[in-house]
Write a protein that binds this ligand. Structure first.
Ligand SMILES: O=C(O)CCC(=O)C(=O)O
Length: 268
């Protein structure tokens, strides 16, 4: 697909599916690392049974997960700076993006439910005007990479470019007896990924996940964006000295921007 078609599709829909972003061997390598971190995360939880019913874990690049597996952090960071991903990001937006965070989506142990419809910029926003300002002034992009087939993400095409319709707003905000996880959201589009496929989606558009206990899910999510003070704090692995040394040139370039910002914020 050429640059214009990616850009057009992004502008019109707010999401792009990339079949076979990763080869089978890359998928296996990434899943081995993510599953190992998932198990460590469950074990460190004070309530592992509840944790196993969450929908995802975040901050997979935190240094504590690599104390006994130091060789895996560069592999994960290089996967986040995969040149194919960075090339597509460059094609769809003009701004330089930073790496923000990672998530790993898994099927809950036994609590099946539909997720709530949301725009990511609504979290902790005091009011809708703040949501709108965030939507205008910053960029947030998720890249979901399915490590096994995944049909759990739903997106409202075009909602990243505009505010809610009255019907969408009622559902998203749970107004007038509507539930935020209602199946009646108009124009909901389900995204189907095979192992190794990826979907890039605008975090400011309306979307939700579905969390089904009986259907295995293993999807690695990387979040890229412009600097915003209301987003989660940056991964602390970048506070370690010499973190860049073992990375590819593409990774060094991507993470240098973040490290410069962190150094300015933490001069000591
Ligand atoms: O894929 C999913 O389960 C939903 C992802 C999502 O809502 C998010 O990361 O904001």
């Amino acid at each position: 697909m050429n640059q214009n078609s990616f850009r057009n599709q992004w502008n019109e829909q707010g999401f792009i599916v990339i079949p076979q972003l990763l080869e089978a061997s890359e998928v296996r390598k990434l899943q081995r690392i993510c599953d190992r971190i998932f198990q460590d995360w469950l074990q460190e939880s004070s309530t592992p049974e509840q944790a196993a019913n969450f929908t995802n874990l975040a901050f997979l690049t935190e240094p504590r997960y690599f104390i006994h597996h130091p060789e895996e952090l560069p592999v994960l960071l290089n996967a986040i700076a995969n040149p194919k991903i960075l090339d597509i990001l460059n094609q769809i937006v003009d701004e330089d993006l930073l790496f923000y965070n990672t998530q790993y989506f898994f099927n809950p142990a036994n609590h099946t439910r539909a997720g709530d419809w949301h725009r990511d910029q609504q979290f902790d926003a005091p009011d809708e005007d703040t949501e709108k300002v965030r939507m205008k002034q910053s960029i947030g992009i998720h890249v979901h990479i399915a490590l096994i087939p995944d049909s759990n993400l739903e997106y409202i095409p075009g909602s990243h470019q505009r505010w809610d319709t009255p019907q969408e707003r009622e559902i998203r905000k749970g107004l007038n007896g509507k539930k935020p996880n209602s199946p009646a959201m108009p124009n909901a589009t389900r995204i189907h990924l095979n192992s190794g496929d990826a979907v890039f989606f605008d975090a400011w558009g309306i979307h939700r996940g579905n969390y089904i206990a009986d259907v295995p899910r293993r999807t690695f999510d990387i979040i890229y964006g412009t600097l915003a003070d209301w987003c989660s704090p940056p991964p602390t692995c970048f506070l370690q000295p010499n973190i860049l040394q073992e990375l590819t040139p593409e990774s060094q370039n991507l993470f240098k921007g973040l490290i410069n910002i962190l150094s300015a914020l933490n001069p000591n």
